[in-house]
Design a protein around this ligand. Structure first.
Ligand code: MEV
Length: 293
């Protein structure tokens, strides 16, 4: 048996989404494939150089245990997971792993979403659920904690350059830091979340009408709020500037931040952005979000 689940990009709204605001996200065409064969419940992740059992105290072991439990307990298969997207980069690789494991163990619908949520909570602390919702549903949509993923119709797929800062993203640490800021300066932080929510609405409209200049401007403004929320870093800021200099109409971090990936919207200038990033030593790829699910 074999199951696939895609990674995701958040175009706008990460972090604010943890506090109930909407985020705009789409599935990538790359992700995680998990294969099962007769065995005794070993999960192998060759690209991480690890294997785990559901009894292991490691994060992978505990996340795996949450899914195995939802699937009914004892296992008579071994699983091997293969990634065709960078992991640890904010592209939803852990959620794609959880969804693909849940799928290969026969879960679907709400049971799959619940199992993947339990695993994501092990990996990321207070997770909103956006990563595994996008991975499980595919396509493109607006996500809120209360309502899950609402599919969004795009006038055309959104082309993006996705670049890896080379610094591991720190979702759990950055989510914890935003929680501290929200406790220390509640009204200022709330105002930022509200501003981000307005940018998400503006971006959703822009996507519906293929107004990429407006989408790019919303992304840039969202990045300024993310930097103020202390979830950016020097590498991310340098990548955003370099992308804009090379002709991007908008650039920002995607996902948890602290490192991880930057997305640049540069219609017709994708290769110029890639070349600028490559010269500076950052790996990147060109993709589209919001094509057929
Ligand atoms: C991580 O991809 C997105 C965050 O908003 C955390 C979450 O939603 O769980 C930073």
């Amino acid at each position: 048996m074999r199951a696939f689940a895609p990674g995701k990009v958040i175009l706008l709204g990460e972090h604010a989404v943890v506090y109930g605001h909407p985020a705009l996200a789409g599935a990538l065409s790359c992700g995680v494939t998990v294969e099962s064969e007769p065995g005794r419940g070993v999960l192998r992740v060759p690209s991480w150089g690890v294997e785990a059992r559901a009894s292991d105290p490691s994060a992978l072991g505990r996340a795996y245990a949450a899914i195995v439990e939802a699937a009914g307990g004892a296992l008579d298969v071994d699983l091997t997971a293969r990634f065709d997207l960078p992991s640890g980069a904010g592209l939803g690789s852990s959620a794609a792993l959880s969804v693909a494991i849940a799928r290969v163990l026969g879960l679907d619908g709400k049971r799959l979403l619940d199992a993947a949520m339990a695993a994501e909570n092990v990996f990321h602390g207070r997770a909103s659920g956006i990563d595994h919702a996008v991975s499980a549903h595919g396509g493109f949509g607006l996500f809120t904690r209360a309502d899950g993923l609402k599919p969004l119709r795009a006038a055309q797929p959104v082309p993006l350059v996705v670049g890896n800062s080379g610094r591991a993203r720190d979702t759990q640490g950055r989510v914890a830091r935003v929680a501290e800021l929200a406790a220390q300066s509640p009204s200022e932080t709330r105002a930022r979340f509200d501003a981000i929510a307005r940018l998400v609405e503006r971006a959703a409209q822009a996507i519906a009408e293929a107004r990429f200049g407006d989408l790019g401007a919303a992304m840039d403004e969202n990045q300024r709020h993310l930097a103020a929320l202390e979830v950016s870093c020097d590498e991310i800021e340098a990548m955003c500037s370099s992308a804009r200099d090379a002709g991007a109409v908008g650039a920002k971090l995607t996902g948890g931040g602290g490192g991880g990936c930057v997305i640049a919207l540069a219609p017709g200038r994708e290769e110029a952005v890639r070349a600028a990033w490559t010269r500076a030593g950052w790996h990147s790829f060109v993709t589209t979000v919001g094509g057929a699910p």
